[in-house]
Design a protein around this ligand. Structure first.
Ligand code: HEM
Length: 416
């Protein structure tokens, strides 16, 4: 009966991430959308939504759809090569997204830069910044975690990881905040263009940093490792390095910013589970999958574009149409998870697809989890009696995720 009524309703009456109901609790909308079919046409975004896990995993694994933004029917025209700004050089000419063969080569040659040793080394470099940031809170009785801590961590981590000297930090900060907007299909052309200009400035800075690092090699950061890889691989050049660093900024800033907020919120809502979650980096790794499942902050999905007219899951998809994969629709589905409303940092995930799957599995997964672990351990070491200072208000203005307007916490420190 419920299914029969739903199937007659317009799709945006069932699913609307901009609605107050979604902000309050998106789960009924997730379930209704998934019941509508495996591939659902979503009129407001002019996009198909892929709703079921086996289909999403197959699409991730096989890459039968394109990841290249310029294959989208509404993307700005691909400019001729002699008109390329730095942004197009990085995003078209050496795109990690466009060419599967080159993508696989880049993933293969850069894998040493993400090895355990390098992650450990980068971790060592980020730790003092995190300690300093938290120490600077002094003996505050209450503070907004987003303003005082969360907003700074992705930026510090990416800058330290890449090896961007501190003198460039003020300039690069704005870019890190807006970069993913440069190809978000759901925002205005003006907002996308402004983000594109920010990216052009970032590329100039990167070129300067690379030139300086070439003149003074030897530092054991990501950029130095990539320059060594460049010297050893003919088909991997400076533009690949630039594209990769932009990809790290693009994929590593927004995600961790959102994750910081939801990690602290979930732990403070379930303080009895904090010791188990922070027992070790491995324990936290599992806890983090539960945190992100329980929090359900996603509003979008992972975009792909049809490279030709084709049939996908029984639907006729036209060349250039967008397909959004939404793995998070399963996150509170009782058919997928036992007692989905229950938060349990020891819940088992098999498979665990929080960081994707297949050839485009998140390159920064280890880094993301380490920086979150490090921040939480340090925060609770400094403030063992930390608690939420009231229920935080959610914010629907972020283009990609549900976040909080503020995340005020009380430190409950003993000043006697
Ligand atoms: C909470 C944090 C994060 C989550 C949940 C996350 C999740 C993901 C997912 C699901 C994908 C696959 C996207 C797709 O198929 O379209 C992905 C790709 C990627 N992620 Fe992450 N990520 C996180 C943090 C990071 C960080 C910190 C970095 C870098 C320092 C990073 C770098 C990347 C890159 C470069 C890709 C593209 C890989 C490729 O196309 O080969 N991510 N991430």
């Amino acid at each position: 009966m419920q299914a029969a009524t739903e199937s007659q309703q317009p799709i945006d009456a069932l699913f609307d991430p901009a609605s107050p109901e979604y902000l309050e609790n998106p789960v009924p909308q997730f379930l209704a959308l998934a019941r509508r079919g495996r591939l659902v046409w979503y009129e407001p975004w002019q996009a198909w939504i892929m709703t079921r896990m086996p289909d999403i995993m197959e699409c991730w694994r096989n890459e039968y759809l394109s990841s290249d933004f310029y294959d989208w029917e509404f993307a700005p025209p691909r400019p001729p090569e002699d008109k390329w700004s730095n942004f197009e050089k990085a995003m078209i000419g050496h795109s990690l997204l466009a060419d599967h063969g080159h993508h696989r080569l880049v993933r293969r040659v850069v894998s040493p830069a993400f090895s355990r040793n390098v992650v450990d080394e980068i971790q060592r470099r980020i730790a003092p910044d995190v300690v300093k940031l938290i120490d600077e809170l002094g003996d505050l009785e209450s503070f907004d975690y987003i303003d005082k801590v969360a907003n700074h961590i992705p930026f510090i981590s990416i800058s330290r990881m890449v090896g961007l000297p501190e003198k460039y930090w003020p300039e690069i900060k704005q870019v890190i905040l807006t970069f993913t907007e440069a190809w978000n299909p759901t925002i205005s052309d003006e907002r996308r263009e402004a983000a594109r200009q920010d990216s052009n400035r970032a590329i100039e800075i990167l070129q300067r940093v690379i030139a300086e690092r070439r003149a003074n090699p030897g530092e054991d950061d990501f950029l130095s490792v990539l320059l060594k890889i460049e010297a050893e691989n003919e088909s991997f050049g400076e533009w690949d390095i630039i594209t990769l660093v932009l990809a790290l900024i693009g994929a590593g800033a927004d995600t961790t910013l959102v994750a910081q907020q939801w990690t602290l919120y979930s732990l403070l809502k379930h303080p009895e589970q904090i010791p188990a979650a922070l027992e070790s980096p491995e324990a936290f790794s599992n806890a983090f999958s539960e945190i992100m499942r329980w929090s359900i902050s996603s509003k979008m999905g992972f975009a792909r574009y049809a490279p030709a007219d084709m049939e996908v899951l029984g639907q006729a998809v036209r060349k250039g149409q967008m397909v959004l994969m939404m793995p998070h629709l399963k996150d509170h589905d009782p058919e997928y998870y036992d007692q989905p409303e229950r938060f349990d940092v020891k819940r088992e995930f098999n498979p665990d697809v929080l960081f994707g799957y297949g050839p485009r599995f998140c390159i920064g997964a280890a880094m993301a989890k380490r920086q979150l672990y490090l921040t939480m351990v340090e925060l609770f070491r400094r403030f063992p009696n930390l608690e939420l200072d009231g229920e935080p208000e959610k914010d629907n203005s972020d283009h990609n995720a549900i976040v909080f307007r503020e995340l005020r916490v009380r430190t409950n420190i003993d000043k006697s």
